[in-house]
Design a protein around this ligand. Structure first.
Ligand SMILES: *[C@@H]1O[C@H](CO)[C@@H](O)[C@H](O)[C@H]1NC(C)=O
Ligand SMILES: *[C@@H]1O[C@H](CO)[C@@H](O)[C@H](O)[C@H]1NC(C)=O
Length: 208
């Protein structure tokens, strides 16, 4: 009897080992299956939605009343920023849209009034017409001297920066909130009255 008991315990043990192995196999197999299914879902979503990048372009820029006194600047910028959503199935919801005019890397001249939130339909291009006013903007000595030189030369080079919160909407379902940053640089604005007509559009680098 003892040998049989030993044998049966032996069988029981090896049976337990076998079933543990098959449980592990089953878990691994279902994890692999889940990965494959998730991959297929992502692939089908990608093929159906075909997401394309959103494009920002400064298509018009005019500066008026540019004056520099000491290290303070007055100026009024009229900008047109074209926002192109080329997607067939994705619409956009924008929040906290801000357009700023910078002189150099870190000297902010003016902030534009933009509709803070709006919805952009699919395959839509919208031109945002904004006015940004610098009122006694303190820019520091160096930037002020450079700006005076630019004004004397008849052309000011600024950076236009766009910042917005954005949600992508596909089939009525909105994605989470992403922070979009666009930098359009350099935007060369001629100061002569006829300069606006020869303005060359400046595409923006957009990061999400
Ligand atoms: C800017 O405009 C303000 C009035 O809005 C005026 O007091 C100031 O002297 C102006 N500064 C420059 C640099 O022209
Ligand atoms: C783009 O969408 C806006 C509404 O957000 C609409 O007023 C405008 O007409 C649309 N433009 C085109 C070209 O469809």
């Amino acid at each position: 009897m003892p040998p049989a008991a030993t044998r049966s315990r032996g069988i029981g043990e090896s049976g337990g080992h076998a079933s543990r192995v098959s449980v592990v196999r089953c878990i691994v197999a279902s994890m692999l299956a889940a990965v494959v299914v998730a991959g297929l879902v992502a692939l089908v979503f990608w093929l159906v939605v075909r997401p394309k990048p959103i494009e920002y372009t400064v298509t018009r820029a005019v500066a008026r009343h540019v004056s520099v006194t000491g290290d303070a600047v007055n100026a009024t910028f009229y900008l047109t920023v074209a926002v192109d959503n080329p997607n067939r199935r994705v619409s956009m919801r924008y929040d906290n849209v801000e357009i700023r005019v910078f002189y150099g890397e870190d000297t902010q001249l003016a902030v534009a009034d933009v509709a803070p939130s709006w919805h952009q339909p699919r395959r839509n291009e919208t031109a945002l017409q904004v006015r940004a006013v610098a009122r006694s903007a303190a820019v520091g000595e160096r930037a002020a001297r450079e700006l005076e030189r630019d004004v004397a030369a008849g052309e000011v080079a600024v950076d236009v920066r766009v910042s917005a919160g954005v949600r992508f909407v596909v089939g009525g379902v909105a994605s989470r909130y992403y922070h979009l940053r666009g930098t359009c640089s350099p935007v060369n604005i001629g100061l002569s009255p006829s300069a606006a007509r020869s303005f060359k559009s400046v595409p923006c680098d957009v990061e999400i």
